[in-house]
Design a protein around this ligand. Structure first.
Ligand SMILES: [Zn+2]
Length: 259
């Protein structure tokens, strides 16, 4: 982008928060280091949520509540009764509907200012470049490692931050991958973890992890705080312990290696 178009874009952004937006977001704009400038950055951002299940329902609605301007929902599945213990954007009336369509409605009920794109597709090596094109950050709402690694590889290649989280039962983990600033998923898991066909999940666990993902997204966009780069946070809701473990880049990583 040329300097002039950056300046013009900056000027447009300066003017782009309406009186209603300033009122809607007032309680977070008040936060030190957030302000109208942080809010404008959120409005100008595009975030993809891949997988609109237990994690993705909560992350997408909180991204919308916080005022992320463009949200792309990626999921090809339809809602069913066994989803409703944790996928809080869906009601019994949504059973059998495409999740992304129901989710888009709920997001617009909450915040009609948000531009929601829906992509009813599976992410593969072939589709990833199209499905994830032009996004600033990708949020992991997936339930399988194969797809996570595909998203990881795309994000590393395109230099797009990827907020990973995974949940099972009362447990979960989260890390923030900023390519080449810290380890990627393949650095952390040199071997792809085993897949579980049907993961046992408690809705509140997914909600905690998804809320943490949203915090990471917002921090990256507004440039506040210390993201979980090179750190993995493990949460055990049974014992109620939160433990952070350091993780390093692998120089020989097949995705982001540098040796
Ligand atoms: Zn790596």
């Amino acid at each position: 982008m040329s300097l002039i178009s950056k300046l013009v874009r900056g000027m447009v952004n300066q003017m782009s928060l309406s009186r209603l937006e300033l009122e809607r977001y007032n309680r977070q704009i008040m936060i030190d280091g957030w302000g109208p400038e942080g809010q404008r950055k959120l409005k100008d951002s595009k975030v993809a949520v891949v997988g609109i299940g237990g994690l993705g329902c909560v992350s997408s609605i909180f991204l919308a509540a916080a005022g992320v301007g463009k949200i792309r929902l990626v999921d090809k599945d339809k809602s069913c009764l066994t989803d409703l213990n944790r996928q809080i954007l869906y009601s019994v009336n949504d059973i059998g509907r495409l999740k992304i369509e129901a989710a888009k409605e709920k997001i617009h009920d909450l915040n009609p200012e948000i531009d929601v794109e829906t992509v009813p597709e599976e992410i593969t090596e072939d589709t990833a470049p199209r499905v994830l094109r032009d996004v600033d950050i990708v949020v992991d709402g997936l339930d399988n490692w194969k797809t996570r690694f595909i998203v990881n590889d795309y994000c590393v290649k395109q230099n797009v931050p990827f907020i990973h989280a995974g949940v099972s039962e009362f447990y979960g983990q989260i890390t923030t991958i900023v390519p080449r600033k810290g380890p990627c998923l393949r650095c952390i898991f040199p071997k792809q973890p085993a897949e579980t066909q049907t993961v046992a999940v408690f809705g509140a666990t997914a909600a905690v992890l998804a809320s943490l993902q949203v915090m990471e997204v917002i921090k990256l966009i507004i440039g506040k705080g210390k993201p979980l780069i090179g750190r993995i946070l493990f949460i055990d809701g049974e014992e109620m312990t939160f433990e952070t473990v350091q993780a390093q880049r692998n120089p020989k990583c097949p995705a982001c290696g540098f040796s």
